[in-house]
Write a protein that binds this ligand. Structure first.
Ligand code: ADP
Length: 251
């Protein structure tokens, strides 16, 4: 579903991703962990085509993300290709990023109407179902400022799902929340994982959740994956010295 093939990203002299290879299977749940500045968020930003890569190729759902094939050659993608590819991916950010002047249901209707061309009635029905699914069926007409952080983050998840993505990206989605609100957001992600066929990639500091939820954990250091494996193995018997140091600091 997702493949990074020797992807390099640099900001001037700073190499942030260093010839990164990463393969994610359909429906797989992958947690990305690692110290601050190791390139975790950059991986997600690349997938959202928010950043250009310097070298390598990213494939999504079997197709190159930012290139397209023309006469057997890879050429830079046009806007149409980019729009289609972006539609396969939903992202939820640390700071919810909801539209403050729109109610919860309007937040979830906006892109399906303007990007997918759904009628308002169809978009409303889809949005209401999703808000129900994340436990906010009674908050459809609330504005973000009238919702707690955990509720806002659940709206953000529903909003991403309203575009029917195949892949969901979560970037430290509980980091800005008060501790007592973390659980409700993780419960929604857990539910998504079991009830929907979604490939999920999450950058997280919640080691307990990564251990329980992920099929695979990738430990990033210096723009590379220095160790990866099943959560049980990686957390209980890390082989790499960097992984050991990181885990002993955070666990
Ligand atoms: P992580 O998510 O692991 O904390 P990031 O992917 O956010 O790391 O960042 C990796 C490195 O890239 C950091 O050193 C960061 O300072 C740098 N970086 C990120 N975005 C930019 C940018 N737009 N310009 C310059 N440096 C950046």
């Amino acid at each position: 579903m997702v493949r990074f093939e020797k992807v390099t990203k640099a900001y001037g002299p700073l190499v942030v991703l260093d010839s990164l290879d990463l393969d994610i299977a359909p429906d797989e749940k992958v947690a990305i962990i690692g110290p601050s500045g190791s390139g975790k968020t950059t991986v997600l930003r690349m997938l959202m085509t928010l950043e250009r890569i310097n070298d390598g190729v990213i494939y999504v759902d079997g197709e190159p993300l930012t290139h397209m094939e023309k006469n057997g050659q890879l050429v830079p993608a046009d806007q149409r290709h980019l729009r289609r590819m972006r539609g396969k991916i939903g992202m939820v950010f640390q700071h919810f990023n909801l539209f403050p002047h729109m109610t919860a249901i309007k937040n979830c209707m906006e892109a399906p109407v303007t990007v997918l061309g759904l009628s308002k009635a169809e978009a409303r029905e889809r949005a209401a179902e999703l808000l129900e699914m994340v436990g906010l069926g009674d908050k459809l007409d609330h504005y973000p400022s009238q919702l707690s952080g955990g509720q806002q983050q659940r709206v953000a998840i529903a909003r991403a799902l309203a575009m029917r993505p195949k892949i969901m990206l979560f970037d430290e989605v509980t980091s800005a929340l008060d501790p007592e609100l973390v659980g409700e957001v993780l419960n929604v992600i857990r539910k998504l994982g079991t009830e929907h066929n979604l490939t999920m990639l999450m950058v997280t500091h919640q080691m307990g959740f990564a251990k329980e939820f992920a099929d695979r954990v990738c430990f990033f250091y210096g723009g590379r994956i220095v160790e990866e494996g099943k959560p049980d193995e990686l957390f209980s018997a890390p082989e790499n010295e960097r992984t050991r140091q990181f885990l002993s600091a955070v666990l």
